[in-house]
Design a protein. Sequence first.
Length: 540
Amino acid sequence: MTRRALESARRLGRSMREGPPPDAEPASYRSWLAQHAPRAVELKRQSAASHTLSWQPAIDLVVLRHPEDEDALAATTASLRAQTYPRFHVLERSAVGQGRGELLGFIESGDRLAPHALFAIATCGVPDADLYYSDEDVLEGARRVRPVFKPGWSAEALLSRDYVGGLALMRRHAFDRVGGLRPAHGVEQHDLLLRALPELRKVTHLADVLFHRRADATPPTREARRRVIADHVRRAWGPDYRVSSAGEPEIFYEPARPARVALIMPMRDKVELSRAFVESLARHPSRAAAELIVVDNCSTEPATHAFLEELAASGRAKIVRYAKERFNWSEANNLGAAQTTAEYLLFVNNDMEVLTDGWLDAMLAFASRPEIAVVGAQLFFPDGTLQHYGVVMGMTGYAGHLLAGAGPAPWTFCGPTDMIRNCTAVTGACMMMRRAIFDELGGFDERFILCGSDVEICLRALEAGYRTVVTPHARLTHFESKTRDPRDIPRSDFERSFEAYEPWLRDGDPYYSPQLSLKTPVPQPRLEPEDMLNYARGFI
């Protein structure tokens, strides 16, 4: 991200924190609705075409009633009568087992479907998915507020909350195989999704706001969410994982034999940064067995040499000399990785400070999973605004940090900022991988000099069938660009990055809604076409 783009993003982030409250109706969303909400003539066309569709799934909809909620039920019923796709049946909860629909969904009384919701499912072009879900907003009287433009299928996000929510239609056979809906203290659908994960081989996200949640809905309690998540982790992952006993669900990897993690930290002088990072490690311990490998790139200051000698003498770090005047980030980290037999590698910048206890255990909760290749942390600027919450391909040009410059918030256009997220890539400033995966992928590509190879190795992992996760339960302050000027990035890094990123710039990031603009890291609805592939070409 360029310096100008970063400053613009931080101004936008401050306006989000200091401006209208989160229940306000964003003008940008009104503009988006004016472009995307189907008009009466289009709804009439859909009704006429619905009988000639190549795929006409039978859909069972279960309306979950609440006592003395007749007005809310009437609003839901009216929205169902207005559907332009007619092949659906409404069932009582007690009659779920009697339904014969191909797809099955649940709606709370008071929630409403957009009139084209079921038509959008039938015409999505994917007739064989096991689950379909859409974006949503909140209905306050006649106002539509707090929209959430969701990512593509993100299994790990369900370990924070039911991000699928709203309109979610599951294949009937998947529902039956996991035993259907069961009592779960108000989080029955979340519990169902977690139990159904092994059955959901193909999931389709419809990037359109097809569901309107009632404004006065009672959200599930943290304890109810924590309970179903803990049940899933215990059942599917085993006893080596612990879910926090109070507050937001946080997952930690705590096996009987502590996992060995090597923290690989390149540095060159600026000893005050490295010292602050090492001291923060002591202030915020983890159960994991951590070793620090310092890759020293030709430091010259006496204070730096004294600090490194102190680390080595105390056994707190292994010092590796990287005697090349022209620093190569990829080469330095590959060199550090070669000096350890630890089963996990954490590549970390020296301009960091740890903020949370158990941060390594939180990252290990995902790095230890066979389906996950790369894990990132949530990073903050010194002023408390977000610096990194995953990388989005094409954002601000090549690849940008989601929500950079914004403050933590319970609502943004892409959801809250305290969720476990799947993403396409994470920053190499704090990136964990299993040694076996790192070796399988061949390490960092040393043709990259200063930047790009962190994202590129994540893309190779994704292409190899693995997933990437960023956890907000590992939090650090990142004093970004304190060590090197971003203007020193060589042209060759842009060229190699463009070569690696091109398919993603052309086709879009699967974990970022195509309805959101890529021009800023703080999400805003996309109101005009954006050609980030052509934009990125301007950098080379």
